[in-house]
Design a protein around this ligand. Structure first.
Ligand code: SER
Length: 721
């Protein structure tokens, strides 16, 4: 019989064991990976070490052990249905970067589970990669695992990685516990790797030895090594001898609160599944919100929304008619707080945010469910089992039903979805909203682009990165009130986009002059708006000039925004991600996810960090690359933002080992950081739950800001004598 350890005891015993074997105890990295735009979430313990496997030269340490917060939404429909699937989970890991390899990893793993945890060796099974004789022999000859409990499996089961689009990967070896025939499928071939619940995999020992490129090709890894991952919750289940992860000490308190909400009949599978889903999703939503991932319609935020709505729908099925999940979040925090004391700060915020999102969904849920039922009936009457994509889209668009939730609901009744139809409806909607997007917020006309459809053969080229003055040809124009709208064959005017405002400037021809008041871009077209300031708008040959002083100020603010973003990550933490930005000639505004106000000291650190880069006068470089190359070089991309195949990177390499900044960006920037002159933070405030806003200024504006602060001070000084 193994030791009945609590979840916290397991965390402690595991890291202690490896620290005693000279591993550096490294803390968990955030759920949102810092430098890996190819990964939505941290999905394994090795993610924070990806660069160490690939690094050439000296490393600060070559052995590490962690308890890593992980998140996977890949098996979402399984979560709650099986005893072991989770979205948020913790992974215990020991790692070697060019240090020890298979022999030590296997021996230590065995020593830990049999001597520290005192697990019964009879129930343990091991798998190795098909052709990995080395691992097979270590397990069999050195450890003594009998061949009838040693199984060779292929790529699908025993080759791991890379995490994201590229990086370390290699063959693996997994350790399983046989939970007994009664839990199994009874199949003749049932053994580790079978989908049923009999053999529980709980520890994966990966032997990373390849470095996979984004195109799938593999080269030898600079630091081949070890990456192990043991599922903390699964191990707790085994040690605590309970039937599912949901009955371990880490989940029971949350489950108890759920059981107080409503009566569950645990003999019914549907009830059991719902209870698991509420318990699990309350816990994972708590962690996501804590880490700054908030419900939205894109990227990570959409994952948070999906999970929360999945739980709400299940609760509703059990007769819960108003927000309830938020009542479980406090228990979720309690169950994790020993390992993550920082959760305490987020308690109120998480509950409020959860309740708000639940309320939002409850507003449309009832009607949406009715619509869904009608759709099922209609489909049945038509003798089909596939729900129409357009109707599924309406459920998504009007009633907020995440499509995989609809898919799960459909599957419960034996229906499938017409996915291509759904996608088509989705695309059409995106197109529609593009066509309908108003030109400016204050624009009275809903469709400023429609008149240009006939002109669509023409394409305007933007020359304004380098050329601020240009002889241009007007290719189409019309007048709305006293405002002219027109297209140019080539234009030096930057259209608003990526947070940067449009250029101001003039079109001149002889005595005639137009002043540009707005520029917008759709597809390849720049639509300019201007008012006649002298003479008239006749003829098609003009000289276009960008207001250079305004443009240079904008450039300063834009590059400073990138430096600020990088400084925030360094000073405040890797969880900082951009939530919005505005770059104009006067100032820059940057919104980001963070839980509390910045301290005076942090503000100063950030300001210093940016000014250090300014005074170092680093070169600001631009490169056009494929998206894959950009990812591989670690450029910061905005999730949920769409990029083409070719992307523009703006980066400041700096002079240190680590780059100062690298982002995907189509905006205008200074050539050297020294041009920024001076960077001053003007304000820091909260704009929404969990979102902070920094406003800052650069160049002459920063000088003016300093001057007015000094004047105010001296006035106050003389008033007070
Ligand atoms: N990276 C492997 C996994 O996630 C082992 O840590 O399973």
């Amino acid at each position: 019989m193994s030791k009945a350890l609590s979840t916290q005891e397991i965390r402690d015993q595991f890291t202690k064991f490896f620290v005693e074997r000279e591993h550096r105890r490294v803390s968990s990295s955030p759920l949102v990976p810092a430098d890996d735009p190819t990964l939505l979430f941290t999905s394994a313990g090795m993610v924070q070490f990806k660069a160490m496997y690939a690094a050439k030269g000296d490393l600060e340490y070559r052995r590490a052990t962690t308890v890593q917060k992980c998140f996977r939404a890949t098996d979402l429909e399984q979560v709650g249905q099986t005893p072991r699937h989770l979205t948020f989970f913790e992974m215990l890991g020991n790692f070697s970067f060019g240090d020890y390899f298979k022999r030590e990893a296997i021996h230590w793993a065995w020593e830990f589970i049999t001597e520290v945890l005192e697990m019964d060796t009879e129930g343990l099974w091991v798998t190795v990669y098909l052709e990995d004789d080395e691992a097979y022999d270590i397990w069999h000859k050195e450890i003594g695992v009998p061949t009838n409990r040693l199984v060779r499996l292929g790529d699908e089961d025993n080759f791991w990685g890379p995490a994201g689009a590229s990086g370390a990967c290699g063959p693996s070896s997994e350790i399983y516990m046989d939970l007994g025939e009664a839990k199994g499928c009874g199949g003749k071939e049932c053994k580790p790797g079978c989908d049923c619940d009999r053999f529980q995999e709980f520890w994966n020992l990966v032997f990373p030895q390849y470095d996979q490129a984004p195109d799938g090709s593999r080269a030898p890894l600079a630091n081949r090594g070890i990456d192990t991952g043991m599922g903390l919750e699964r191990l707790a289940q085994l040690l605590q001898n309970v039937d599912s992860v949901f009955e371990t000490d880490g989940f029971r308190p949350i489950r108890d609160v759920a059981m107080d909400l409503i009566e569950f009949d645990l003999d019914q599978e549907k009830h059991r599944t719902t209870l698991n889903i509420l318990t699990e999703h309350a816990r994972s939503v708590t962690m996501l919100f804590h880490e700054g991932v908030y419900p939205s319609n894109e990227g990570r935020g959409y994952v948070a929304r999906r999970i929360l709505r999945r739980a709400v729908r299940r609760g509703k099925m059990m007769g819960l008619n108003e927000p309830f999940l938020y009542k479980l979040t406090s228990a979720a925090i309690d169950s994790l707080i020993e390992a993550y004391p920082e959760l305490a700060e987020s308690r109120d915020r998480i509950a409020k945010m959860c309740k708000a999102e639940e309320s939002r969904f409850f507003e449309t849920l009832e009607t949406g469910l009715r619509r869904f039922e009608e759709l099922v009936q209609k489909t049945k009457a038509e003798g089909s089992t596939e729900l129409n994509g357009r109707d599924v889209f309406t459920l998504y668009d009007t009633f907020g039903f995440p499509v995989d939730m609809t898919e799960e609901m459909a599957a419960e009744q034996g229906f499938t979805l017409d996915t291509p139809g759904f996608e088509k409806a989705m695309e059409e909607q995106v197109e529609r909203s593009r066509a309908n997007a108003p030109f400016n917020n204050d624009d009275q006309e809903a469709e400023p682009w429609t008149w240009l459809r006939d002109e669509s053969a023409k394409h305007s080229q933007f020359t304004g990165y380098d050329t601020l003055s240009l002889d241009v040809t007007v290719v189409a124009k019309r007048k709305v009130g006293d405002v002219w709208e027109f297209l140019l064959e080539s234009t030096p005017f930057y259209a608003e986009g990526g947070g940067q405002v449009a250029d101001r400037g003039w079109l001149r021809s002889g005595e005639n002059e137009l002043e540009i008041i707005g520029v917008q871009k759709r597809g390849g077209l720049h639509l300019h708006r201007a008012k006649v300031s002298r003479g008239q708008f006749e003829g098609d040959q003009w000289t276009a000039s960008v207001d250079e002083s305004a443009r240079r100020s904008t450039e300063r603010n834009h590059t400073a925004t990138h430096l600020l973003h990088a400084a925030l990550k360094r000073v405040v933490g890797d969880h900082v991600t951009q939530a919005g930005s505005l770059v104009s000639p006067d100032r820059l505004r940057f919104d980001f996810n963070h839980f509390s106000a910045l301290t005076e000291a942090q503000i100063q650190d950030i300001e210093n960090d940016v000014n250090r880069a300014v005074l170092s006068d680093f070169v600001v470089e631009r490169a056009i690359t494929s998206m894959d190359e950009a990812r591989a070089s670690g450029a910061v991309a905005m999730f949920g933002e769409k990029y083409g195949d070719e992307v523009r990177q703006v980066f400041v390499a700096g002079s240190g080992a680590k780059e100062v900044s690298r982002e995907l960006c189509g905006g205008c920037h200074v050539r050297r950081t020294g041009e920024i002159g001076l960077f001053r933070i003007v304000s820091e405030e909260s704009v929404a739950a969990g979102i902070r806003r920094v406003e800052a200024t650069t160049g002459w504006n920063a000088v003016a800001f300093d001057r007015s602060s000094t004047e105010t001070l001296s006035r106050v000084g003389s008033l007070l004598k």
